[in-house]
Design a protein around this ligand. Structure first.
Ligand code: T4K
Length: 401
C-alpha cells in the first residue's frame, strides 16, 4: 500500500451545507427592506409553513435552538419526578431535564443501534416516572413500537430527542410522527440547519399555544403575560437559512448516502472496525453520522489512539458520545441502578468519521487509506510494516509531529 499523506487542510467531522450565496443575499434584501428581524416575522412564518408541508403536520413550533426547544417541551408538558432516559447522547438531552428539576434515570442502550433498550426502560419505571425521553441517536430510530407499548401500559408520555433525525422516515412517515413529541435540532453541525435552531413536533394540537407562550416570555397579546416564559424565538436570518436549505435536502441526503456506501465498502475490509448495520427496509435513513466501533485488539490500537493518530493526518473525527453523560462532573453524583454495560463499552469504542455533502469521494477514500495504513502499521504488526515505517510502527513523517 502507498503511504497516505496527511491532508493539507483539516478534515472535520462535519461541515455545514450552505445555499448559494446569491440566493441568501436576495433573501437578505427582503429582510433589509422589511426591517423585521425577529419576533414571528415573515421569513419565520414562511419557514414554518414549509416545514408543515415537509413534515405533513400543522403541529410544530420553531425555536432558536434545540436545547431550549426541549427545555420548553418539558416545561410545557409540566413534567416532574423521574424520566427514564439514555446516557448515550449529547449532554443537552439530560440538561433539559435538569433545568426542569426532573431526575434523569439512565438505563442501558441496545448494542445494535445504540438506542434505549425497552426492557431496561420498563424495569426502571417507578411511581415517580412521568415520561420516557429516548434519543434517535445518529438518526437510528428507537424501538418505536416497544417504547409506545410501554408508555401506553404505564400511562407515561413518550418523548423523542430527534436532534439527529431530520429527514428520517419510518413506514413512509416522518419519525416526528411517533411518540407524543419530538425535538429536532437545526444546529450548524446537523445535516439540516438554520445556523442555530430547533423544532418541536407533537401529536396534540392543544400544546401549540403553551409552547408559543413559553418561547415568548409568556405574552398573550401586548398587555398580558399568562405564564413565566423565556426568550427562545427563532430569528429571521435563521428562518431564511433553514428555508433555503430545505429545498436541497434530497441532494444532501443522497450525497451522504454515497459517502456512507463508500465507507462501508472500504472499511469492512479492515480488521477491528465494526460498522453498525443500516436500519431496516421500512426506514428511509438520513446518513447524518458515520459511527464505527474500534476493537482495540483486532485493530491494533484503541479508539483514543486512532482518534489521535488521525489528527496527525489532519483528520478530526469526534468521539460522540464519550464520555457518557453520567460520567460528567455535574452528573457523577447521581445514583444509577442500571450497570449501563453496553453504553459504557460502546462509549469506549465509538468514533464518528467525517461525513457531509461537500466531502469528496477521493477524500473519504483517503481517510480509509489512512485508517487501513494505521491498522497495518500498528505497533506490533512487525511483519506488515512498510519500508517507510519507523520502529514503533508510526509512519516516519508523522513521528516528528
Ligand atoms: N440532543 C442531541 C442528541 C444533540 O446531539 C444535540 C446537539 C442537542 C440535543 C442540542 O441541540 P442544539 O441546542 O445544539 O440545537 C455539536 C453541536 O454544537 C451540537 O448541536 C450537537 N448536538 C453536538 C452533537 O455537536 P460540538 O461541540 O461537537 O461542535 P463543534 O463546534 O466542535 O463542531 C463540530 C465540527 O463541526 C467542527 O470541528 C467543525 C464543524 N463546524 C462546526 C460549526 C459550529 C463547522 O464546520 N462550522 C460550524 O459553524 O457540538
Amino acid at each position: 500500500m502507498i503511504m497516505p499523506e496527511p491532508f493539507e487542510k483539516p478534515i472535520y467531522v462535519t461541515r455545514p451545507f450552505l445555499p448559494p450565496l446569491a440566493d441568501f443575499t436576495s433573501g437578505l434584501q427582503e429582510i433589509w427592506s422589511n426591517k423585521w428581524l425577529t419576533n414571528n416575522g415573515p421569513a419565520l412564518q414562511r419557514f414554518q409553513k414549509e416545514l408543515c408541508r415537509y413534515f405533513k403536520t400543522d403541529n410544530l413550533c420553531l425555536f432558536n435552538n434545540g436545547t431550549l426547544a426541549l427545555q420548553i417541551a418539558l416545561q410545557g408538558l409540566q413534567l416532574s419526578g423521574e424520566v427514564v432516559t439514555t446516557p448515550f447522547t449529547f449532554v443537552a438531552t439530560t440538561h433539559a431535564l435538569y433545568w426542569n428539576k426532573i431526575r434523569p434515570v439512565f438505563v442501558d442502550i441496545e448494542p445494535e443501534h445504540y438506542t434505549l433498550d425497552p426492557a431496561r426502560v420498563e424495569e426502571a419505571i417507578t411511581p415517580w416516572t412521568t415520561a420516557i425521553l429516548a434519543v434517535h441517536v445518529y438518526g437510528y430510530p428507537c424501538r418505536l413500537k416497544e417504547l409506545a407499548e410501554i408508555a401506553r401500559r404505564h400511562k407515561l408520555l413518550l418523548l423523542y430527542d430527534a436532534a439527529h433525525a431530520f429527514g428520517v422516515t419510518v413506514d413512509g412517515r416522518s419519525i416526528g410522527h411517533y411518540g407524543d413529541l419530538s425535538m429536532f435540532s437545526f444546529h450548524a453541525t446537523k445535516l439540516f440547519h438554520s445556523i442555530e435552531g430547533g423544532m418541536l413536533m407533537f401529536s396534540d394540537p392543544g400544546r401549540m399555544k403553551v409552547f408559543d407562550y413559553l418561547k415568548n416570555f409568556g405574552f398573550d397579546g401586548e398587555t398580558e403575560v399568562v405564564m413565566p416564559g423565556t426568550n427562545a424565538k427563532m430569528n429571521e436570518f435563521q428562518a431564511l437559512m433553514g428555508s433555503q436549505i430545505l429545498g436541497h435536502m434530497g441532494g444532501i441526503i443522497s450525497r451522504r448516502q454515497q459517502i456512507d456506501a463508500l465507507y462501508r465498502t472500504r472499511l469492512k475490509e479492515i480488521p477491528g472496525i465494526h460498522i453498525p448495520r443500516l436500519p431496516s427496509a421500512d426506514v428511509e435513513f438520513n446518513y447524518s453520522y458515520f459511527p464505527v466501533e474500534i476493537d482495540a485488539e483486532q485493530f491494533g490500537m484503541d479508539r483514543n489512539q486512532l482518534y489521535s493518530a488521525l489528527q496527525r493526518y489532519n483528520v478530526f473525527t469526534r468521539r460522540y458520545f464519550y464520555p457518557l453523560v453520567p460520567e460528567f462532573a455535574c452528573y457523577r453524583g447521581l445514583s444509577i441502578k442500571d450497570l449501563l454495560t453496553n453504553a459504557r463499552r460502546i462509549a469506549g469504542r465509538i468514533l464518528t468519521l467525517p461525513i457531509y455533502d461537500s466531502l469528496g469521494s477521493e477524500d473519504a477514500d483517503r481517510i480509509c487509506d489512512i485508517i487501513a495504513h494505521l491498522c497495518l502499521n500498528r505497533p506490533g504488526a512487525a511483519s506488515k510494516k512498510t519500508p517507510h515505517s519507523t520502529d514503533d510502527g508510526w509512519p516516519a513523517h508523522l513521528v516528528a509531529l
